[in-house]
Write a protein that binds this ligand. Structure first.
Ligand SMILES: C[S@@+](CC[C@H](N)C(=O)[O-])C[C@H]1O[C@@H](n2cnc3c(N)ncnc32)[C@H](O)[C@@H]1O
Length: 304
């Protein structure tokens, strides 16, 4: 899929009802039952949709028991969750199923249970003519060889994305950056960084911008390094990105750096929009940094 116009960060690229949605597994050891249901659902499609379904790529070829299964295994995306049945669901769609994979993707898709639609949104600004990509990986923070192994095992292709085409030192730099993001995303690490940041923030008005935190680091320099690694690799780890951006916004608000607060709050708004379709209150912060709690906190400290 290629963008035919410039697309703003966080905005919707495609919103699409899947041909159908079904549980990814029916129950253990019931491959036959699963196949029977899948074939039944395809038979039931409107002829136009059935043609479009069979026009989708089948990368599994003869390695699967049927063409329908091969197409599903190649193209299905996660759907749900649905409140009625606690299983993982998969959906397949005419356009969204055409989106190629990148280990440094510029879009992400989510599923709206209320409207039964797949939504594809931009993670950052995409220019007209650029390919729109998502990640197929379970572990996007894996290093080059691990990513290639997962894509080859699950989808039988050798990834040719920008990150996978890196060689030599550039590949090592990318692998090391992903490893660092992975470490920062560990819940213990997030909690430790947050605790150190809080101490720094509490003393912020006294310590000033060059102060070190309880870890011996400047918390904003550390958070900025993590954020720039995430941007470089296109890996916005769910557990991590919001805590890092929140730290940057609060920290720069404490230092009364309006431009930096705007910058990071705008990034957070776009990522929240890409994930959920809502900005999570980040746009209000970007519009008025002086109204944030951390800004007021520093003012209060000064009066003491
Ligand atoms: C869901 S389909 C994507 C749409 C497909 N390119 C098409 O033409 O319909 C997935 C298949 O596209 C190809 N593909 C997707 N991303 C790729 C990538 N980064 N590098 C190489 N092939 C890729 C692989 O053959 C993969 O099995």
């Amino acid at each position: 899929m290629v963008a035919i116009a410039d697309i703003a960060a966080g905005s919707t690229i495609v919103r699409e009802r899947p041909f159908f949605v079904m549980p990814r597994t029916i129950s253990a050891n019931s491959e036959e039952e699963h196949l029977r249901i899948m074939n039944g659902l395809v038979d039931f499609l409107h002829p136009d949709n059935k043609r479009a379904f069979f026009a989708l790529r089948n990368s599994k070829g003869h390695t699967t028991s049927s063409q329908v299964k091969g197409i599903m295994d190649t193209n299905a995306f996660i759907a749900g969750p649905f409140p009625t049945f606690p299983a993982k669901y998969a959906g397949v769609a005419r356009d969204i199923s055409r989106v190629n994979h990148s280990c440094n993707p510029n879009a992400m898709h989510s599923f709206e249970t209320a409207t039964l639609t797949h939504v594809l949104r931009a993670v950052h600004a995409i220019r007209a003519g650029e390919e729109v990509t998502v990640s197929y990986l379970n572990d996007q923070l894996g290093m080059h060889d691990a990513r290639q192994e997962e894509l080859c095992r699950r989808y039988l292709f050798k990834c040719k994305c920008k990150s996978c085409r890196l060689t030599g030192l550039a590949r090592t730099v990318s692998d090391v950056a992903r490893m660092a993001i992975n470490e920062s995303a560990h819940p213990v690490c997030i909690m430790k960084d947050e605790a150190a940041f809080r101490v720094w923030l509490a003393n912020g008005a006294v310590l000033g911008p060059s102060a070190r935190d309880a870890n011996g680091e400047h918390p904003l320099v550390a958070a900025e390094a993590t954020w720039s690694a995430m941007e470089q690799e296109g890996c916005y780890e769910v557990m991590l990105w919001e805590s890092v951006l929140l730290r940057l916004v609060r920290g720069y608000a404490a230092l009364e750096n309006e431009q930096a607060v705007r910058h990071y709050a705008t990034k957070a708004a776009a990522l929240r929009m890409a994930e959920t379709g809502e900005d999570g209150g980040w746009l209000a912060v970007a519009e008025n940094p002086r109204k944030t709690e951390a800004w007021a906190g520093r003012g209060e400290k000064r009066k003491v």
